[in-house]
Design a protein around this ligand. Structure first.
Ligand code: NIG
Ligand code: FE
Length: 408
């Protein structure tokens, strides 16, 4: 057996441990290990501590030169990086002042991506996922949630979920699949059966059989599914043991109530949430997920992240990377910008893309640096962790490690 590998020394090591899951966080609460080191064996962390205390004849050493900061690999808890085509035309229309309805009428919107995704082969979808996940990985994201939702039929949703599974086999980043068959009502549905009924009866059992996902999502919104319409879908998903997550309160409210009613792992978007929804979420087990990339992409309000944290809620921050509302797909940039608009501490921003983001995916083996978890970490070329959000995503990690191996 190989000797354990000691990596370091790190000027500052931020383990992101010991922080509460919910509520506001001050930077004084952020644990920092000066001159830290990480001891790794077989892809997992054996120990985190002061570099010189971890040194011994029984370990190999990987020296990190110069001033540097180490923190857990980032977790992006909400993306749609499996898709075909582009929606650059929507973006131009939006910026020219066209309304959602006008864009949809001109052949844009989610349905445009559905059409383009259906035209793509599974192989082409795999290539797209891999190339986008490489970009995320370079920026320090080592775990990426990926949704279906541009298929909107049993076969096309399966094609997407199989593509995500296949991409996960070769991608250096971990991909966490989610079934979003309830993204919108398919415009071409011409059977006399209800769309969601078919999804429940035909798609869910195959997802279980082929182990394609353990999470189910829906877009609860006037333009997609109402709280009433979505009930049987989530009831069945829950009964089958899927984790629930909801696209909630993006333009109108109602989704966060659904999320809390179904004890969802997370409620994502929340740009339209009012005091009532904020209170509701703060009292629940459901993690609120802000998607600043969608606010930037659409030119809309940000999720009221400050209010959510002050009310005692848990806040994850994700990129929502998708061709329509969030084409940028740069988690650190977006989280840093959310921090400036919402007055978030560095600790709140960093927890939102590490420990709290892992919790939003119910992953207990990452998002923190401590014994027993995956050795996923990123190293930034600076001597002060405050520089990371200060550069608003323009400071890139020098090194990205996944399961104890340097990837980039
Ligand atoms: O999370 N809000 C619904 N779904 C996506 C947008 C998808 C698209 O426009 O293609 C979102 O923003
Ligand atoms: Fe989304």
């Amino acid at each position: 057996m190989n000797k354990p590998l000691l990596i370091g020394p790190f000027t500052q090591l931020l383990p992101m441990t010991g922080l509460p899951l919910k509520g506001a966080l001050k930077d004084e609460q952020l644990p920092i290990i000066e001159n830290g080191g990480i001891l790794v064996s077989e892809g997992k962390i054996l120990k985190v501590g002061v570099f010189k205390d971890l040194k011994s004849d029984d370990v190999d050493i990987h020296h990190i030169e110069g001033q540097n900061i180490c923190l857990p690999g980032f977790v992006d808890s909400h993306t749609h990086i499996c898709f075909g085509g582009t929606r650059a035309r929507d973006y131009a229309y939006r910026n020219a002042g066209k309304t959602y309805l006008e864009i949809a009428k001109a052949g844009g919107g989610i349905w445009d991506t559905v059409t383009q995704t259906r035209k793509a082969s599974q192989e082409q979808l795999v290539e797209g996922i891999i190339s986008r996940s490489k970009k995320h990985l370079k920026n320090g994201v080592t775990t990426i949630e990926v949704k279906s939702g541009y298929g909107l039929s049993v076969d096309e949703e399966l094609k997407m979920l199989r593509a995500i599974k296949q991409a996960n086999e070769t991608s250096n980043a971990s991909l966490i699949p989610t079934c979003l068959a309830a993204h919108m009502k398919p415009k071409d549905w011409n059977q006399d059966k209800e769309y969601l009924d078919v999804i429940i009866k035909e798609l869910f059992p195959i997802i279980k059989e082929e182990n394609l996902a353990h999470r189910v999502d829906a877009f609860v919104e006037e333009s997609a599914f109402s709280p009433e319409e979505i009930k049987p879908y989530f009831q069945k998903a829950k009964a089958m043991g899927f984790d629930i997550t909801v696209h909630a309160d993006q333009f109108t409210t109602g989704g966060s109530q659904v999320a809390v009613d179904f004890d969802a792992v997370s409620a994502d978007h929340l740009e339209a949430s009012t005091e009532k929804e904020i209170e509701l979420l703060a009292k629940s087990n459901t993690i609120a997920t802000a998607l600043p990339g969608a606010s930037i992409g659409l030119g809309c309000a940000y999720t009221p992240a400050r209010k959510i944290l002050d009310a005692g809620g848990a806040l994850s921050i994700a990129s929502d990377h998708n061709p329509g509302s969030a084409p940028m797909g740069d988690l650190l940039t977006q989280a840093s910008i959310l921090g400036t608009f919402e007055k978030l501490s560095n600790t709140e921003v960093l927890a939102g893309i590490t420990s709290r983001a892992a919790a939003a995916l119910r992953l207990t083996d990452r998002g923190k640096l401590e014994a027993g978890v995956q050795a996923d970490f990123v190293i930034f070329p600076t001597d002060n962790y405050q520089e990371i959000t200060y550069h608003q995503g323009q400071m890139k990690p020098n090194e990205v490690w996944k399961k104890g191996v340097p990837i980039h």
